[in-house]
Design a protein around this ligand. Structure first.
Ligand SMILES: [Zn+2]
Length: 431
């Protein structure tokens, strides 16, 4: 009888546990979608430095953490830090032979560009000029008052020697004060990918898709207003939830910043990294209702895209003991998963990686978990430098949008978000 009773009891407990488990998980995707939708909306200005988009995002994250009962680590949810960043706050005008070109779609302004206003001629340097070399030198010498347009996109067929020469020329044409031209336009066959800059240099450089640049173009009308923000105050958002054992912590990090705006062009950063921020907040939400094995510390970093600035500041001025970190998880690009996930540091912390794979196999969650060694490509890198054990995980497949105006909520698939979230909670509970 006793055995029988306890069997029924065990089954009941298991059923209740499973249904709670499923209920808690089935709610993760709608919440994550809500977070990504909000963070990518125009009211957040692309979470950059125009209209203090970064601070608006930090405030949103802080309020969500607070609503889950997560406490500040120290006196405040914020850890402020200052940075320099070059911005383009005004609408940008670019006309080529009276044809309007659209920022973000036809071209990108190099993030270190300076201001410029006027109408200029064109010095076109073709692959033929690069091959002849002397011709290219001559054209550059006579480029005063014009824009140099490097039009040598057929690089795929080049032999190694010419490819290297073209690469050198491209570098030489960027911000070179010795060149008489007012600026440079580099034509590209591949997709436009933006980045950030802490400095402003004394020329104007654009990256333009070759198909947007008319073959016989004669004249460029351009107006760019670049503003270098110095000592701009941004912030990290830090909060914690107590666990069963609070001597050690599991730290979840994700950067919330993105590139903001380039003139009127908005860079919403849905996959990069509203999705990782949504993973962080979803975990905080989950562990506010399900006591974690260790203290959970959540850090949403600012300034990542400009050079890992928030995480650099934090690891140099930690608000808690870095030695108490049992394991760290960095989420950056969490919104797809069609081809599984990649685990940076997987081969460094091999037994942790193996247990992640075992959990994934047992519960049949993600299609693939790929292993990778060290890579200094996101905020976890600053913790690597301090010997804090951890993974950086990112989802694979789904979309090609990255560091461009197309990384939007509307086209972010969230393919594996639910299973990804499930896997992470199982992994954290197994630590
Ligand atoms: Zn990112």
């Amino acid at each position: 009888m006793k055995t029988h009773h306890s069997k029924i009891l065990t089954t009941l407990v298991l059923l209740i546990a499973l249904s709670t488990f499923n209920r808690a998980f089935s709610q993760s995707l709608p919440y994550a979608r809500e977070v990504v939708k909000a963070l990518t909306s125009k009211e957040f200005y692309g979470r950059g430095y125009i209209n203090k988009g970064d601070s608006i995002a930090a405030d949103y994250i802080k309020e969500h953490l607070r609503s889950f009962g997560a406490k500040p680590v120290g006196d405040s949810y914020y850890q402020p830090f200052t940075m320099s960043v070059n911005t383009f706050p005004e609408p940008i005008l670019l006309k080529i032979d009276d044809q309007d070109k659209q920022a973000g779609i036809d071209y990108l302004v190099h993030p270190a560009s300076s201001s410029i206003s006027g109408t200029f001629g064109i010095t076109r340097i073709t692959l033929q000029d690069v091959i002849q070399q002397q011709q290219a030198i001559e054209k550059i010498r006579n480029s005063a008052g014009t824009f140099i347009v490097l039009d040598a996109i057929e690089k795929d067929d080049l032999n190694e020697y010419l490819a290297t020469r073209l690469e050198k020329l491209e570098k030489y044409l960027l911000f070179n004060p010795g060149i008489p031209a007012v600026g440079t336009i580099i034509l590209q066959a591949d997709k436009l990918t933006w980045f950030g800059s802490q400095e402003q240099l004394s020329k104007t450089v654009l990256m333009m898709s070759a198909s947007s640049f008319p073959e016989e173009a004669q004249e460029i009308q351009i107006e760019i207003n670049a503003e270098l923000l110095q000592d701009y105050q941004s912030q990290n958002v830090i909060a914690s939830i107590d666990g069963v054992n609070n001597d050690s912590s599991v730290v979840v990090i994700a950067h919330y910043d993105h590139f903001g705006k380039m003139g009127d062009a908005l860079f919403p950063g849905a996959n990069d990294n509203a999705s990782g921020t949504a993973m962080l907040l979803s975990l905080a939400r989950y562990y506010s209702k399900n006591t974690p094995p260790y203290k959970m510390i959540f850090i949403a970093f600012g300034g990542e895209e400009i050079g890992l600035l928030g995480s650099d500041h934090f690891t140099e001025h930690p608000t808690f003991d870095l030695d108490s970190i049992k394991f760290l998880l960095n989420f950056d690009l969490a919104g797809t998963g069609d081809e599984g996930i990649q685990v940076v540091n997987g081969s460094v912390y091999r037994s942790r990686f193996d247990s992640l794979v075992a959990l994934n196999d047992k519960f049949d969650l993600l299609p693939e978990i790929r292993i990778r060694g060290k890579a200094c490509n996101s905020d976890h890198c600053m913790f690597d430098h301090k010997d804090v054990p951890g993974f950086y995980m990112y989802t694979l497949g789904g979309i090609k949008a990255y560091h461009d105006v197309y990384d939007r909520f509307e086209t972010l698939p969230f393919t594996e978000f639910e299973d990804y979230f499930k896997l992470i909670t199982l992994f954290i509970d197994s630590l």
